[in-house]
Ligand binder design. Sequence first.
Ligand code: C5P
Length: 309
Amino acid sequence: MSATYRQQAPAKVNLFLHVTGKRDDGYHLLESLVCFTATGDVLSGELRDDDQITLSITGPMAAPLAQNDINENLVMQAAKLLQDTCAPKQGADLILDKRLPIASGIGGGSADAAAAIRLLCEMWKLDLDAHTLSRIALSLGADVPVCLHGKTCVMSGIGEEITELPDLPPVPIVLINPGKAVSTPEIFKARADEGFSPTGAWQGKQKFQSAASLADALSECGNDLTLPATGILPEICDVLNALAREDGCLLARMSGSGATCFGIYDTTSQAERAAHAIATQNPDWWISPTHILSEKTREQAEIGAAFPD
Ligand code: C5P
């Protein structure tokens, strides 16, 4: 039996997201502080002797993807692109354990694509240079380069410019999605003429020691897509209010183009209590109490600890 390889696809959280301009091709210039969480999808794979690539999707969020053409899944697209670029001798049977909600502003598909690149580079023993990797990643989507980077950073340009930052502490965070997908292009279109934020909001090279100091620094920054997103999906306001109301919530914001929002909490037990209380009142929402991945917690995740369900 061939070995099983495995890669985590952690959820991406935009701790703030400023829209700073627009390119002639319609893509928006962004400035965003991005971190990753211990909640995520998991991609595993086995080598095949022929050159076929297969993908099956399991897990609690697999059902909404069942109608889609499997070849359109970003994992498949990433695999085919790597195969075309590198002509490996073998194929791969891939299994995506889909736990993150679909089209939800926390990277889902982009994180999966990045995990596919990492996994197949390992399985097929590819040694691609950083430039080729980021070109492949960007061609799959604006958020794929930052997910391939996988560590706290400021993302700018349309997503291709990445400035490394000191690690954040493993801050307790609760992710909530109201169970409705939103379309990223539609949200960007809805903000049309709202003007742009100035660049350089985050000079933060400083190391944060606590959830409170991080939340304090973030209080000046927001998510410029929140207004257009709440216009399209008003439930986002309910989610933000629910997070903010709970004891210990230091900051509540939307991630990416929504609809997932996050709350930063002072302590892990406050985050867990908040998640439990909100889940009791909103049984249809997807709710995940988790923490920001730091160097230490990332290592733990990579040595095979499964993500919590
Ligand atoms: O690259 P991705 O497929 O993730 O982007 C989806 C859509 O979101 C783009 O076609 C574009 O309309 C919008 N977008 C944007 N500016 C970005 C990222 C995405 O306008 N930086």
